[in-house]
Design a protein around this ligand. Structure first.
Ligand SMILES: Nc1ncnc2c1ncn2[C@@H]1O[C@H](COP(=O)(O)OP(=O)(O)OP(=O)(O)O)[C@@H](O)[C@H]1O
Ligand SMILES: *[C@@H]1O[C@H](CO)[C@@H](O)[C@H](O)[C@H]1NC(C)=O
Ligand SMILES: *[C@@H]1O[C@H](CO)[C@@H](O)[C@H](O)[C@H]1NC(C)=O
Ligand SMILES: *[C@@H]1O[C@H](CO)[C@@H](O)[C@H](O)[C@H]1NC(C)=O
Ligand SMILES: CC(=O)N[C@H]1CO[C@H](CO)[C@@H](O)[C@@H]1O
Ligand SMILES: [Mg+2]
Length: 425
């Protein structure tokens, strides 16, 4: 298959059933992950070459990892290299498969007799399996994982690391579930693996996510499943049957690209009463951009130029693009309330309060006449985050950034606590 222009491929570090891992000579810390042209099921008991499979797997993995990466999830993926290979951070893999389920099906039903296919898990159901081919990948409890005392690339896998993987799996599932929902497709379940980045010692999502890794039911309908289950269910591997499997894989590979396309794009318009509030407004803009939301800044005073304020407002109401206004006015905030009383779009007051009069000034943003629904958020970053949460209701890419940022905040706190504990021991 295709390898590498301009890549100095070194030693083969690992080879499994579906891929090979190569060192990259002049880029320490990175590896080339090369897919093999074959499909496996039931631990390679059934092994068939499927032409083009590696190329399709490439597309699936690279689109999915890009989606997660751009959302802010830490992954090993670096970039696409060829049809069948990508560059990734070199990891020592944690030998656990994390399984996350929204809908009960497959092995869950066998292990939990009495539960009917289609049972919905809210919250998501988490399970883990120790990767041990010889024993058919036994299910493990958290206690078993803790007692295994794995240590990879110098990082002991303890309580903190297990919790991080558990939480990350949930966030990753939710992001992919939302993305597939835009294609009217139910993400039924998913299995993923984590590794420890050998260079940074961080826990990252690694290996691959392809249709081996999940069940997808278009319109929530099992009979239309587009994943590898079709292959597992084949009674006999005929050329015709393999064509159906291949067409399903192609369907996924085509659809998966669409996961990266925003459904609805919105914008934030920050109105400031005066350019003296520019620094405050720039913070809002920067945070908006980090959520993938475009943001424009305008100067207008509802006290001194109400006609102009309403004219600017009208500019953004005429083109149908969903808009959130953020009003930045010091002292008496007339801007936000006037906008709010005159627009159906959401208005967020984000007054730049000063230490001397802030406690008094804030009331002009809080106490409203009846009929006004504006909100007030003091931190500029938080105002942008709230706007992102509004757009996230209809834009899965923005929602995913909010979701990943919540995960990353949780992980940082967890790690800060762990570090403090270690210091005080
Ligand atoms: N970024 C990475 N760095 C280092 N090793 C990796 C990376 N991504 C995947 N691997 C490892 O490459 C090996 C080959 O992958 P493959 O999926 O083909 O293995 P497999 O036969 O399915 O075995 P396994 O049951 O471990 O998945 C696996 O051990 C996998 O964990
Ligand atoms: C993951 O975390 C949840 C919530 O804390 C817990 O109930 C569950 O047992 C954990 N799952 C696994 C497989 O460790
Ligand atoms: C996932 O889908 C692609 C095409 O969609 C297919 O080629 C690939 O084999 C599937 N993943 C795996 C490895 O089963
Ligand atoms: C906003 O104000 C303008 C000018 O007074 C008025 O024409 C318009 O109807 C108002 N819009 C709403 C939604 O109240
Ligand atoms: C030709 C081919 O299939 N390679 C693709 C691998 O995936 C990336 C990302 O989706 C594409 O850009 C390549 O074209
Ligand atoms: Mg594997």
């Amino acid at each position: 298959s295709h390898t590498a222009e301009n890549l100095n491929i070194g030693e083969k570090l690992n080879e499994g059933k579906t891929k090979q891992i190569f060192e990259i000579v002049d880029q320490p810390g990175l590896v080339l992950v090369q897919s093999k042209d074959q499909i496996t099921a039931g631990n390679a008991a059934r092994k068939d070459q499927m032409e083009g499979k590696a190329a399709m797997a490439n597309k699936t993995t690279s689109s999915v990892f890009r989606l997660l990466q751009e959302s802010g999830i830490k992954t090993a993926f670096v970039k696409q290299h060829s049809d069948t290979a990508f560059i990734a951070a070199h990891c020592e893999m944690i030998p656990i498969e994390w399984v996350c389920r929204r809908v009960a099906t497959g092995s869950f039903l066998k292990r939990n007799p009495g539960v009917k296919e289609g049972f919905r898990f809210s919250p998501l159901k988490m399970e883990m399996f120790f990767k041990d081919d010889a024993n058919n990948d036994p299910q493990w409890s958290e206690e078993q994982l803790l007692e295994a005392k794995f240590c990879l690339s110098g990082l002991p896998i303890g309580r903190c690391e297990v919790d991080i993987m558990n939480r990350s799996t949930v966030a990753i599932f939710e992001i992919l579930e939302r993305a597939w929902a835009t294609q009217d497709c139910t993400l039924v379940d998913m299995k993923i693996e984590f590794g420890v980045n050998v260079k940074t010692q961080e826990i990252v999502l690694a290996d691959v996510i392809d249709n081996d890794s999940w069940r997808l039911w278009p319109s929530g309908d099992r009979s239309q499943q587009k994943d590898k289950q079709v292959y597992r269910d084949l009674k006999e591997v005929t050329p015709e049957a393999m064509q159906v499997v291949k067409r399903n894989f192609e369907w996924v590979a085509e659809r998966v690209k669409m996961l990266l396309e925003p459904q609805v794009s919105g914008r934030v318009v920050v109105l400031m009463g005066s350019t003296s509030d520019m620094a405050h407004c720039e913070k809002i803009k920067k945070a908006c951009v980090s959520f993938g939301i475009s943001c424009s800044l305008r100067v207008t005073s509802a006290h001194k130029g109400p006609d102009e304020t309403l004219r600017i407002k009208a500019e953004y109401e005429g083109d149908g693009i969903p808009t959130v206004f953020v009003a930045v006015a010091g002292r008496s905030n007339g801007l936000g309330p006037v906008m709010s009383g005159n627009s159906t779009y959401p208005v967020i007051n984000c007054p730049p309060l000063t230490p001397d009069w802030g406690a008094q000034d804030v009331w002009s943003s809080l106490r409203m006449p009846s009929g006004l629904g504006c909100s007030t958020i003091l931190s500029p970053e938080a105002a942008a985050q709230f706007a992102a949460q509004i757009f996230g209701l209809t834009n899965h890419l923005v929602w995913s950034k909010v979701r990943a940022s919540m995960l990353n905040t949780w992980v940082s706190l967890k790690q800060a606590d762990q570090k403090l504990q270690a210091c005080s021991l």
